[in-house]
Every structure is written in C-alpha cells, then in structure tokens.
Design a protein around this ligand. Sequence first.
Ligand code: FAD
Length: 458
Amino acid sequence: MSATTSHTVIGAGPVGTLMALMLANRGHSVRLIERRADPRTTPPERGRSINLAMAARGLLALEHAGLLARIAPAMMPMPGRMLHDEHGALRFLRYGQNEREIIYAVSRERLNRILVEAAAESPGIELRFDTRCVELDAAGASVTLRDERDGRPYQEPFEVLLAADGAGSAVRAALSARGMVQAHEQPLDHDYKELTIPAHTARSEHYAFEPQALHIWPRGGYMLIALPNTDGSFTATLFLPRHGVPGFDHLHNARSVQSLFKTEFADAERAIPNLTQQFAAHPQGQLGTLYCQGWQFQGRVLLLGDAAHAIVPFHGQGLNCGFEDCRLLDQLLSGGAARTSQQRTALFERFEHERRPDTDAIAAMALENYQEMRDAVRSPHFRNRQALAAALEREFPGRFIPRYSMVMFHPEIPYSQARRRGSAQERVLDTLLAENTSVAIGPAARVHIEALLDQSGL
Ligand code: FAD
C-alpha cells in the first residue's frame, strides 16, 4: 500500500496489534480500534484462556516485526510434554530433537500488553479503546463504531479496513449478512474450563509440577492440560464432552467436580486448594472451527487471524497461525503493488488463495491432534512410533521430519505441505513398524528405508 493509505484495524488483540505494528513499521498510518479497555491500565478478564503456547511460526512473525526481544522475558520454555497417568506416574516425552526445538508458554495478557505498549510508542498508530465496531458498510467504505463508555454510535469512513476482531468477528458477520463472504462454524462437542494451579507457597515461585513442560493428563475421551506461568503458577484447562459421563453437564455440584478430579487427576486436585470454587466461578468456554471463504471485499476489507480461520486449540497453533498471516501479508505488501483498489483486490485475493489451503490444513491437524493428546500418547505403540520417527529424522535430516515438528518448528514448511508429507511419512512408519524395524538403523535398513522414502515421494 502507498504511504498515503490509511488503515483501520478492528481488534487490538494479538493479531490486530501485530499487524498494525508491521504496517506502521512501513510508514503507514493506522487507526487501531478495540472494544475493550486499555490493557495498560485495566486488569485482564480472568478465567478465559490465560496463557498459550508459542512456537516457531509465531516467534518468526514477532522477530520480523522486531519484537521478539521484548516478548522473550515473558516466555516459559516447554521442551516436552509431561504425561500424568491415573496413578500419578509421570513420563516426559520430548517434542523435538534439540534445544532449539521447544515451544514456550506465554501469558496472553502480558503478550497483548507488550504489543499494545509497542503500538503506543509508534507515531503512526492511533489507539482507540472502549470502541466497538457494530456495523460495516463495505461497499460504501464506512464503519459504525460505538463508544462503550457512553453508548454513542458514530460512523467513520475508511480507506482499507483489516478485521482482526476474533472468532466472533462483527466485520465478518456484516459481510456475511450481505452475502460477501461464506462462513460456516463447526462447533466441537467438547467444552473447556480454565483453572489456576497456584505457586506452591505464596511468597516464592515454587512450581507444583516441573515448570519446563506442558503437562497432560490424557484420559482417552477427555483430558486436563497445564501450562506454566512465570510467577510459579500453572494455568490448567479441562477439556471434556459437553454431555455424558464424564461431561460438563454432570459436573453440576462441588461433590461431582471433586470426585472427578480425585479419581482422574489426583495430583492436580491436591495442587488446587480452591478447586470447586474456581470451577463454579470460571466460565465454560466453547470451541469450534470456522471455515470461511471470501476473506476480502474489493481490496477495501480483509479478514485476518481468528476472524478468518478460528480453529480448535489442540495443536497450539491458532495464534501462531494468525501471527503468520501478519508476516505473510506484510511480505506481500512489501512488494509495493497495492496503491490502487484494483491492485489491493488482486493482492488480497492472492493472499487468500495462497493462505487458505494452509489454514484449512492446520484446522484439520488441530482436530486430529485432540485425539493424539487425550488418547494416543498413552499407548506404548505411540511411543514406539514416535521414537522411530525421531530416529528417521536423525538418519535422514530434512527428508523425514515428524509432522508435529514440521508444524511447530519449521515455519518454512507451509501447513498444507506438512499435512501432505505427514501422511506419506505415516505410511512409511506403518511399513517399518510392521517389519519391526529397530531405531538403531543399520546399513541394510538404511538402504531399504531410502527406497521407501523414494517411493513415497519424500
Ligand atoms: P482475538 O485474540 O480473539 O482478539 C480479537 C480482539 O478483537 C479482542 O481484543 C477483542 O476484544 C476485539 N474485538 C472483538 N470484537 C470487536 C468489535 N466488534 N469491535 C472492536 N474490537 C473487537 N493459539 C496458539 O497459538 N497457541 C495456544 O496454545 C492456544 N491455546 C488456546 C487455548 C484456548 C482455550 C483457546 C480458546 C484458544 C487458544 N489459542 C491458542 C488460539 C488463540 O487464542 C487465537 O487464535 C488468538 O487469540 C487469535 O488472535 P486474534 O487477535 O485473531 O483474535
């Protein structure tokens, strides 16, 4: 876009704020509109998605915007998953092959605050909090905003509007109501509830569990997970069917909650002194996948992040994917050919055309990963498979990379390619496991595996 183009970004969540910063870094002027109060002066809402896992795609986007060093102190390394079985036994499974292949837990509120602070320092960005987008006239290039403090609605014209207003996007709803986008939400029949596992003692940062791990209590049809925070606490999330036994609809009183936790998550139950109070007070969140086509309208409006492609959280990629949107769009815009609305239409169309196969792929992989996290990780078969996959990666670096690693540690591999290569690799693993191939790969096995990889196009 030319330096004279002004941009309105709806949503100062992580994606909207990062995109605003990237645009401002290129000298563009940005108006950043957010319905909530300023996070620099207001405490965060509690009980809903407190921290999240950041991986290479998100980190690369932050680096691209020159922000990684500011975020780094807020990042807690998680080199692997710690599995808790029903009897309290622990098993640590590394995610990657080396110390660079790790993921990080980051406080959502701290991440957002750091981004907003950076945006406030940028002379190109006008920040407007307590301002909700309530309607959009895309054809007439005008947006209706409402001041949340006095309820006053007013209209503003815009030149280019980027919608980063999350899964329930008001911009997408306005476009959809006029048939300008096709959007379809696929709800999951499992909900979630967040709980805080406090630091061991109030005065020190003593963790109830190993801090350098993503903890999982996989129980087949459901699971509890916990991510560490820098203050010694963990944020735990219970994922459970909405209906059934066990299901949220059967956890209607303190006794039923206590009983589920005592039976299934005994070590977590001991670490959460006010479990039943938290359970009653925290909201029950819903999950789902958003399939959306037609992310742009006439080079004037573009959907980004969850507003375009919200996914279930089981691969820890929703935000990573949204940040990757920002980096890829910024790279496309850096070409400079987006001065006229025709040029912008072509560029936004190209963005969606290139990006949607990847967002569809991560949506599918995120759903598939729920089964892996809550169930498959428990079986010795899964661990053998994982050990063999790691051995193949060491033996054939760059040629065989476990799918989890492609998604989490290899931003140079698009999600759609990771999914395709992942399927081909699964078939190779099936063959090798059926042949009882050892992880100590000898010269004869090497030749055989090389032939298999050739046949599979790997
Ligand atoms: P949001 O974070 O939803 O931000 C949207 C912003 O727009 C908000 O500030 C909102 O107040 C504002 N807004 C909304 N409507 C309006 C309006 N009408 N007018 C003005 N402002 C508006 N992702 C990961 O990468 N890793 C994880 O580990 C992970 N874990 C998750 C766990 C859970 C339980 C959930 C639910 C999600 C998780 N995600 C994770 C996904 C991640 O939270 C989202 O992908 C990410 O927050 C999307 O960012 P966004 O900026 O697009 O949208």
